[in-house]
Ligand binder design. Structure first.
Ligand code: FMN
Length: 317
């Protein structure tokens, strides 16, 4: 957490309470937590294009609590960066609540990652293995609730589903009873990768909950977002890869407009985005609007100035 940002991040917009947004009856459009990608610069970009709520990338709570260096590199924010949810990987209630206390002046809430299926995360007791440990999830939620007294500070969870949906509903109901603010459901099991998303399961979960539910998985356009929202009856939708490919998606653009690429260049340069991250986002955004030959040239560029020259020559940016 950069110290110069710490003084400036008590955001006026924090008043835009996500819970109120969920109860507005409007579709709440959410940018997913994405390791390496959903950082401050990208969040700034998607907010410009109708994104209502952003998540940080997953941050390991234990490292965040122990190391100032980890804090500085993992969490940067500024005044316009809200509403904001900080997502943690955690398996220990005390460490998670310590991490939540550190970020609470700079965020609207925290989220517990209960969906990451990667082997390293599961081996550490993080991510999707938590859907099989409802008591631990409850402990973590309770501890954060007890330790963070800021009114309106949210504690949410992001889950995958079980093969046996009754277990997912049970987990969600237990989490709700403990005080979870909302639940995001990626409608796949921990084993599933490219199989179709089980929107029918998300609908059943929503029908069994009183708190807001966000649907996630395979949403690539505003039209699809509205459709998933309608068929699942949820309160919002969360998008990851669709926004990487087209950060203007929530504003209704079918593919990344040039204006959005221009905005990315401005925002990334202003915030000092490292070259690799700057380039990687552009490769995602330009995937659909460049030919194979153009990609070969563009993807091989190796400095920020070379990228800017390329964009100026080809797009007048
Ligand atoms: C590059 C990348 C990084 C991700 N990092 C995280 C993460 O930090 N935390 C998390 O809960 N999910 C993470 N996910 C999963 C997404 O949040 C989302 O659940 C998943 O990609 C399905 O949504 P989509 O079909 O809109 O991409 C990541 C996904 C991608 C593609």
């Amino acid at each position: 957490m950069k110290s110069d940002c710490m003084q400036t991040t008590i955001c006026q917009e924090r008043k835009k309470d996500p819970i109120e947004m969920f109860h507005s009856g409007q579709l709440v459009k959410v940018c997913a937590p994405m390791v390496r990608y959903s950082k401050l610069a990208f969040r700034t970009l998607v907010r410009k294009y109708s994104c209502d709520l952003c998540y940080t990338p997953m941050i390991v709570a234990a490292d965040f609590v122990k190391s100032i260096k980890a804090r500085d590199s993992e969490f940067t924010t500024n005044q316009g960066d809200c509403p904001l949810i900080v997502q943690f990987a955690a398996n220990d209630a005390r460490l998670l609540s310590d991490a939540a206390r550190i970020v609470c002046p700079y965020a609207n809430g925290i989220d517990i990652n209960c969906g990451c299926p990667q082997r390293w995360a599961m081996a550490e007791g993080y991510g999707a293995c938590l859907i099989n440990k409802p008591e631990l999830v409850q402990d973590m939620v309770k501890q954060v609730r007890n330790q963070v007294e800021t009114p309106g500070f949210s504690v949410s969870i992001k889950i995958r589903i079980h093969d046996d949906l009754k277990r997912t509903v049970d987990l969600c109901q237990k989490a709700e009873a403990t005080g979870v603010s909302w639940i995001t459901v990626h409608g796949r099991t921990a084993e599933e990768r490219h199989q179709p998303v089980h929107y029918d399961s998300i609908k059943i979960i929503k029908e069994n909950m009183s708190i807001p539910v966000i649907a996630n998985g395979d949403i690539r356009s505003l039209k699809e977002a509205e459709n998933v929202w309608r068929i699942t009856g949820t309160d919002g939708v969360m998008v990851a890869r669709g926004l990487l490919a087209n950060p203007a998606m929530f504003a209704g653009y079918e593919e990344t407009p040039l204006k959005c690429i221009w905005d990315w260049v401005d925002i990334a340069l202003e915030l000092g985005t490292p070259y690799m991250c700057f380039h990687q986002h552009l490769m995602y955004m330009m995937e659909k609007i460049t030919s194979r030959q153009e990609k070969r040239v563009f993807n091989a560029l190796s400095s920020t100035s070379a990228i800017i020259d390329y964009l100026t020559d080809h797009y007048g940016i």
